[in-house]
Design a protein around this ligand. Structure first.
Ligand code: OAD
Length: 269
């Protein structure tokens, strides 16, 4: 049976049979919370692209400009609430034991929606790192009183504790993500344009290892043709429906199993 969102019963069946589910998210999952994505028209800020601002070179040249951009984004995120997509992903933890959530987002909205331990591949915008001592601390002040902000201990510049273009991903987080992608039997890829490597390679690693890979996106991406299905539309609409149908199906199958087992036990007594 095909519903209007395009979620086929066959797809629900395949996903509900999975034992090891990975959810991989990008900026699109927070779009309905009012957090701008990186690419596309809303990704521009004062005529700069994220590629121009999210680099160590840009920070060296003009730390105030880069912190202005982060301060702007931090204020948006501070006012934002997790949306139906974040909440549906958090609910998946009740359905799939050991679910792994990997995000490229730095906004912390998955944690606020109730996801227990998201792997944050690109860091977190609410932490800052001293550029001299490399110490990392929680840094919640927004709007910033001092731009660029400085380390209280040594006076050196602070930078956001996020991964910039050209920088390596945190080793432990990437290793854990790669292992999860290699060993999962299903992956949901939500709201990412899948152009920033190495994070964007994870869905292909999963596919290569035999997993069912399904993306949820408002448009097609470079790997749409390589995976099992694209559910086209806003994540806040599609995910609650998908998660609800998986839960129903697993419930029904669970009830069916216990009915059969109950019948066998009664028959044997
Ligand atoms: P992008 O801005 O590149 O892509 C957002 C994706 O979300 C696009 O494919 C949109 O079609 C889709 N989208 C938008 N609204 C949506 C919605 N409501 N529901 C579902 N999908 C929606 O963001 P990312 O792929 O996350 O890295 O970008 C990857 C990385 O590039 C970011 O982590 C960041 C950025 O520069 C660094 O800063 C290192």
């Amino acid at each position: 049976m095909e519903l209007s969102s395009g979620i086929s019963e066959d797809l629900v069946a395949r996903l509900s049979r999975a034992e090891h589910l990975v959810v991989f998210t990008g900026a699109g999952v927070s779009q309905e919370s009012g957090v701008p994505t990186f690419r596309g028209p809303e990704g521009l800020w004062r005529n700069h692209t994220s590629e121009e601002l999210a680099t160590a070179d840009a920070f060296e040249r003009d730390p105030e400009l880069v912190w202005d951009w982060y301060d702007y984004r931090r204020q948006i995120i501070a006012d934002a609430e997790p949306n139906a997509a974040h909440r549906a992903i958090a609910e998946l933890e009740d359905i799939y034991e050991g679910l792994k959530l990997i995000t490229q987002n730095v906004d912390g909205l998955h944690g606020r929606a109730g996801s227990s331990s998201p792997i944050e591949l690109h860091g977190n915008i609410w932490r800052a790192r001293c550029t001299r001592e490399l110490t990392v601390r929680q840094f919640l002040e927004t709007p910033l009183a001092q731009r660029p902000p400085r380390c209280e201990a040594c006076g050196a510049l602070l930078r956001p504790d996020v991964v910039w273009f050209g920088e390596p991903l945190p080793v432990k987080a990437f290793e854990a993500s790669r292992r999860a992608a290699e060993s999962c039997d299903a992956m949901l890829v939500v709201g990412t344009s899948a152009v920033v490597r190495p994070a964007a390679s994870l869905p292909l690693v999963a596919k290569h290892n035999g997993a069912t890979v399904v993306e949820i996106n408002t448009g097609y991406t470079p790997f749409s043709v390589l995976i099992d299905a694209t559910l086209m539309g806003a994540a806040g609409g599609i995910l609650p429906e998908l998660v609800g149908r998986i839960a129903e199906r697993r419930d029904a199958e669970g009830r069916l199993e216990s009915t059969v087992r109950g019948g066998e036990e009664r028959g044997s007594s």
